[in-house]
Design a protein around this ligand. Structure first.
Ligand code: MN
Length: 277
């Protein structure tokens, strides 16, 4: 592969989440290729980039995972702005919110203003796990209970972390209860869109549920970056402010098909098939 500056596609903003570096599930090879293919003025890491929970129970850090980190740092050196919004798996970084490390800013959440003036709330999304799971009875208790649940969610995780307990795992839970998972995803999307409305944004860009999306929910734009464990997806903002979900395996397949087509056209057609135009 050539150096990124020569052939990379440049976008205004790149949003990536749920890489889970430090786990066997992370598709670091594909991710590295993606980072060679795409360059951006601004990069948001929308949580669960490094999997601190997994690393705690055994060190797994192959060269490819190092390469991903190096690639991101190189982009910063070359002028990209990088904002790291931690998630639940890299929650240890939440102790550093508001600080900057080597040009990388750590933020709890952020309002991103797109080129078209639209404002997006950028947040990982795990903050809403509890309200999403207990939405039914919280609805009975009203607005105060909702806010309280958000506070408890944050506090509880902090305590669990201090005690060295594992975070409630969405994927493990979802695998156990497939029906509930579908329900959960729908509710999660609604809650995140509602949160964007609450903070006065036009939309939300989040991660956490490993389920890329670009849709409208009651007049708000809901974007989810997906993950680099199964789907290998990202959200990009083009220079006109258009947001797009990229499914990298599809891009690679299309590129491959395009190359095959070019090769086919370049080949001289056999005499019998040449005629009709
Ligand atoms: Mn998460």
């Amino acid at each position: 592969m050539a150096e990124d500056t020569e052939k990379a596609i440049r976008v205004r903003t790149l949003f990536l989440s749920d890489m889970h570096l430090g786990t066997k599930g992370c598709q670091a090879g594909l991710l590295l290729e993606f980072l060679k293919d795409y360059d951006a003025d601004e990069i948001y890491l929308v949580g669960d980039i490094v999997d601190g929970w997994q690393l705690r129970s055994g060190w797994y850090w192959p060269q490819a995972h190092n390469d991903v980190v190096q690639k991101l740092l190189r982009k910063v050196r070359k002028g990209s702005t990088l904002i790291y919004v931690p998630g639940n798996h890299d929650e240890f970084l939440r102790d550093y919110i508001g600080t900057t490390f080597g040009g990388i800013e750590i933020a709890e959440s952020r309002i991103h203003e797109a080129a078209d003036g639209r404002r997006y709330l950028v947040i990982h999304g795990d903050q809403f796990d509890m309200v999403v799971r207990h939405a039914k009875w919280l609805a009975y208790l009203g607005d105060g209970a909702y806010t309280l649940a958000l506070v408890i969610n944050t506090g509880l995780n902090k305590v669990r972390r201090r005690l060295g307990l594992a975070y409630w795992s969405l994927s493990a839970w979802a695998k156990l209860k497939v029906k509930n998972a579908v329900n959960f995803i729908g509710k999660f999307e609604e809650f995140l869109a509602a949160e964007a409305r609450r903070v006065g944004a036009d939309g939300v860009i989040c991660g956490h549920i490993h389920h890329a999306a670009n849709r409208e929910i009651e007049g708000l734009r809901y974007l989810n970056t997906g993950d680099w464990v199964e789907s290998c997806t990202a959200v990009v903002e083009h220079y006109d402010g258009t947001m797009e979900v990229l499914h990298y395996p599809s891009i690679l397949r299309a590129r491959e098909a395009g190359r095959a087509e070019v090769a086919r056209l370049a080949e001289p057609a056999p005499a019998g098939r040449r005629a009709v135009a």
